[in-house]
Design a protein around this ligand. Structure first.
Ligand code: DCP
Length: 713
C-alpha cells in the first residue's frame, strides 16, 4: 500500500529521465549499421524468433510491439533487425545494459541529487541547481535558449502550431512568470543540457519530465518520446491528471487500482477527485486514503533518494511451456547458475562500491500438474545472505525446499533423483537486497596511518575493502574473545511469517558457545596460518571465518610493552612453541585486526626496506590479499592465501620494523578515535588504555552492534 509522506514544497524541481528503447540503443551503439533501422532485441529463448524485449521507434512505426515474438515482428515488418540479448550461463546476460545505464547515471548526477530508479531511468532533484541559476543567470537574461530546450513540451502552454518553438522561447524568457515556473524553466534548461551531454558522451538519447515532484515528472517523461522533454507547470497539473486512467498512476497499476475501479467506480484520476479524504480513509485506511487524496491532486512528498547504484541485485529465468522444471535436480541446476551470477555481482558491488547485501530472496512461479484449479502461489522465501557462491547456492536451494514444502505439502517432496513430483516450475528468481554501504567509520581511522606512512591509494582501498569485509562480527558474549565470520552471517531459521521451519546452517550464534572448543578454528601452526595478523582464518565448508580475540589477557599482553603491534606477530612476545604461537590469537583485539591490515598499505619500496631480505612480502600483497579473499570466499584457495605473506619470524630488521609498524598506544592521537563509530569508541579507548583490563565487552555493546545492524533489525 502506498504511504503518504509529508508534503513537500511545490518549488522543488524534479526530473525523471528515461532512456529511449534502451537495449536497442545499446545494441545499435555496438553495431552502428543498425542505427535508423527497425530493430528489436529478443530474448534468449529462440522459440518463434524469441520474445521482443525492446523495440526501436522505427520498428514501432510498423506496428511492432514488445509483446510480439520475433516471427510476428517479421510479419509486420519484414526488414526488422532482430538482435539477441547476450547470453551467459544459459540465460540473458544484462551486464552490458547495466553498465551502459551506469554511464548515463554518472553524467546525469552532475547537477543534483540522483536516484537510479531502474536499469534505464533516473530521478534528479535539481532544486538547488535551478535556484542557483535563477539567482545568477535567469533564463530571461540569457542571450539564447538551446535548441533542445526549445523543443520542450510545456503542458498547458498555448502553442501556435507551426510556431511552437517561438511559444516555448517566450515561456522560457517570461520575466514576470510565477516563481515556480521560473524555477521550472531553469530545471528544463539544465535537463536539456544534461541530455545533450548524455548524447555526446554515450550516443544515447533519452526523454525527460520536469515537474515539482517525482510522480508528475515520471508521468511527463513518457508523454513525448523519443528524445524530447516535457515540462509540467504547477497550473497544468489538474489538466494533466484528470483524464488519466487510474491504472496509469504510479502504484495504482495493481490491486489498489483495481479496487478503486471495482469498489468505487473510479476509472480516471478525475473520478477520484470526487471522493473526500475522509471517505478514502474509510475505505483504505488513514495513510493510503490520504495518499490517494493527494495523488489525485498531484501532491506527492516522495523525495529523490541519493542513490546511483541499484537497490538490489537479481538473477532470474523463466521456463515456459515444455521447459518447465519438474525435478529438484533441474531446479538445483538452474538455481546454481542464477546464484553464481548473483554472487559475482555481489562481489563486484563489494569491490567497486563497498556495499554489502543482507537479504537473499527466492521467488518462484509454479503450478501443480494435476491441480489446474489451484490458485495457491509458491511462497517467496528470504534469509540472511551468506557470501560465497557455494553458500548462496546452498541457501537458495534450502529456500526453494522450504517454499516447496508449503506449496505442495511435505509428504510429496523428494529431494533427490528425477522423480515426478506433481509440480512444475515456470520461473526462478533469486535476489539480494537490503544493500548498504559498509559504514565509513570503519575506514576513517585509516587517516591515522595515512599520516604515519605513505599509502598508495588503490592499495589503501583494497585494504579498506579487505578490512571491512571482516566487518561481520559475532560475539561469544563471555568477554573472552570475538569471532568474525567474514561476510557469512549466521544463518537461522529464516522463514517469512509462515511459521514453517527449514534448516539453515547455524554458525556459532549461541552466546555461550565456547569457540575455542571448536577445533576447526584453531590454527595448527604459524606456517599454516601465513599470518601477520592477529586473526585466524579458517575455511569451513567454503566459508572463510576469522577468529579474533580480545581477552583480559589480551589487554595484559599489550600492557607488557604498552605497544600495539601492527603486524600482530611475535616481535616482542617471541612466540616459540606451538602453544605460544596460538596464544596471541586469543589475545588480540578487534581494532588490532583493523590496524594490522594497515600493514599492507605500504608502497613497495617502503615495504621492502622494512622487510629487508624478507622476500615473502611485497607491496602487492594488499591486492593479492583482497583477490585471494574473494577466491577463498569462492572456495578456490585455501584460506592461508588470504593473509599477507609476511614472515612470521623475527628478522634483523626488528627495530626498523617496529618504527614503522608498532605504535605506543599513547602515541595514537585520540582525536582519530573520534572518527570511529560512537558505539565502538569506548571499547577502543578502554582497550588502548594501558594497565587496565579490557573487560568491558558485553553482549550487545559497542563494536558488535555496530557490525550487526541487519541481524539485529
Ligand atoms: N525490458 C525487458 N523486459 C521488459 C521490459 C523492458 O527486458 N518486459 C528492458 C528492455 C528495455 C529496457 O528494459 O529496453 C527499458 O525498458 P523500458 O520500459 O524503459 O522500455 P524501452 O527503454 O525499451 O523503451 P521506451 O523508449 O518506451 O522507454
Amino acid at each position: 500500500m502506498p504511504v503518504s509522506r509529508a508534503q513537500s514544497s511545490d518549488s522543488r524541481i524534479i526530473a525523471h529521465v528515461d532512456m529511449d528503447c534502451f537495449y536497442v540503443q545499446v545494441e545499435q551503439r555496438k553495431q552502428p549499421t543498425l542505427r535508423g533501422q527497425p530493430t528489436a532485441v529478443v530474448q534468449y529463448n529462440s522459440w518463434k524468433g524469441g520474445g521482443l524485449i525492446a523495440v526501436s521507434y522505427e520498428a514501432r512505426m510498423f506496428g511492432v510491439k514488445r509483446s510480439m515474438r520475433g516471427s510476428e515482428a517479421k510479419e509486420v515488418c519484414p526488414e526488422i533487425q532482430l538482435v539477441q540479448v547476450p547470453v551467459a550461463r544459459g540465460k540473458a546476460d544484462l551486464s552490458v545494459y547495466r553498465n551502459a545505464g551506469s554511464e548515463v547515471v554518472s553524467i546525469l548526477s552532475r547537477k543534483g541529487r540522483c536516484e537510479r530508479a531502474s536499469i534505464d531511468e533516473v530521478y534528479l532533484d535539481l532544486t538547488e541547481s535551478a535556484e542557483t541559476m535563477l539567482a545568477e543567470l535567469p533564463p530571461h537574461r540569457l542571450e539564447s535558449i538551446n535548441e533542445e530546450a526549445l523543443k520542450s513540451h510545456v503542458l498547458g502552454l498555448d502553442v501556435d502550431g507551426d510556431n511552437a518553438r517561438e511559444s516555448v522561447r517566450k515561456w522560457f524568457l517570461k520575466s514576470d512568470a510565477d516563481h515556480r515556473d521560473k524555477l521550472l524553466a531553469c530545471g528544463a534548461l539544465i535537463v536539456s543540457e544534461l541530455r545533450l551531454q548524455v548524447l555526446e558522451e554515450t550516443e544515447f538519447t533519452c526523454s525527460a519530465g520536469i515537474a515539482h515532484n517525482k510522480m508528475l515528472a515520471k508521468l511527463a517523461s513518457g508523454m513525448n518520446k523519443p528524445a524530447q522533454q516535457t515540462v509540467v507547470p504547477f497550473l497544468s497539473v489538474n489538466k494533466l491528471l484528470e483524464p488519466l486512467p487510474i491504472k496509469k498512476m504510479k502504484q495504482l497499476g495493481g490491486k489498489l487500482g483495481t479496487s478503486l475501479q471495482v469498489d468505487l467506480g473510479v476509472n480516471t484520476v478525475g473520478d477520484l477527485l470526487h471522493f473526500s479524504e475522509q471517505k478514502l480513509q474509510e475505505h483504505y485506511g488513514i495513510n493510503t486514503g490520504t495518499w490517494l487524496w493527494n495523488a489525485a491532486r498531484g501532491i506527492s512528498g516522495d523525495e529523490v533518494e541519493s542513490r546511483l547504484l541499484p537497490k538490489s541485485h537479481g538473477s532470474g529465468k523463466t521456463f515456459p511451456g515444455p521447459r518447465a522444471l519438474k525435478t529438484s535436480a533441474s531446479v538445483q541446476k538452474w538455481l546454481n547458475e542464477l546464484c553464481e551470477e548473483l554472487s559475482e555481482r555481489l562481489l563486484s558491488d563489494l569491490e567497486q562500491n563497498k556495499r554489502i547485501a543482507h537479504t537473499l530472496s527466492l521467488h518462484v512461479n509454479a503450478y501443480k500438474l494435476n491441480d489446474s484449479e489451484s490458485v495457491k502461489k509458491f511462497p517467496s522465501k528470504s534469509c540472511p545472505i551468506r557470501y560465497g557462491t557455494a553458500k548462496i547456492q546452498e541457501d537458495a536451494f534450502n529456500l526453494f525446499h522450504a517454499g516447496l514444502r508449503e506449496y505442495v505439502g511435505s509428504c510429496t517432496i523428494k529431494t533427490k533423483g528425477n522423480l515426478h513430483h506433481g509440480w512444475a516450475i515456470t520461473g526462478l528468481s533469486i535476489s539480494a537486497s537490503k544493500i548498504v554501504e559498509i559504514p565509513s567509520g570503519t575506514r576513517s581511522i585509516s587517516k591515522y596511518f595515512d599520516n604515519q606512512v605513505k599509502t598508495c591509494t588503490s592499495e589503501k582501498q583494497s585494504i579498506d575493502l579487505f578490512t571491512q569485509y571482516d566487518a561481520d562480527v559475532s560475539y561469544s558474549g563471555n568477554g573472552s574473545y570475538l569471532k568474525f565470520h567474514s561476510m557469512c552471517p549466521q544463518m537461522k531459521n529464516c522463514e517469512e511469517d509462515t511459521g514453517n521451519k527449514h534448516f539453515m546452517p547455524i554458525v556459532n550464534q549461541d552466546k555461550d558457545q565456547n569457540e575455542s572448543k571448536d577445533e576447526s578454528f584453531i590454527p595448527k601452526s604459524i606456517d599454516e596460518q601465513h599470518s601477520s595478523f592477529s586473526t585466524v582464518r579458517q575455511q569451513q565448508d567454503g566459508v572463510t571465518q576469522d577468529i579474533l580475540s580480545l581477552s583480559s589477557s589480551g589487554a595484559e599482553l599489550n600492557q607488557k610493552e604498552t605497544k600495539i603491534d601492527f603486524l600482530g606477530e611475535e616481535t616482542e612476545h617471541g612466540l616459540k612453541s606451538k602453544e605460544q604461537k596460538w596464544k596471541p590469537y586469543k589475545e588480540k583485539g578487534t581494532i588490532l585486526r583493523y590496524f594490522g591490515s594497515r600493514s599492507c598499505s605500504l608502497p613497495k619500496e617502503d615495504h621492502d626496506k622494512i622487510l629487508g631480505d624478507n622476500k615473502a612480502s611485497s607491496s602487492s600483497d594488499s591486492k593479492v590479499m583482497v583477490d585471494s579473499f574473494f577466491e577463498v570466499v569462492e572456495g578456490k584457495l585455501p584460506p592461508k592465501n588470504l593473509l599477507p605473506r609476511t614472515s612470521t619470524t623475527l628478522s634483523g630488521q626488528d627495530e626498523l620494523r617496529r618504527t614503522a609498524w608498532s605504535y605506543k598506544s599513547d602515541e595514537i592521537d585520540q582525536i582519530t578515535l573520534n572518527e570511529l563509530p560512537i558505539e565502538i569508541q569506548a571499547e577502543v579507548r578502554t582497550w588502548l588504555r594501558p594497565h587496565k583490563r579490557a573487560n568491558t565487552m558485553k553482549k550487545g555493546s559497542s563494536i558488535l552492534d555496530y557490525f550487526l545492524p541487519a541481524r539485529n533489525s
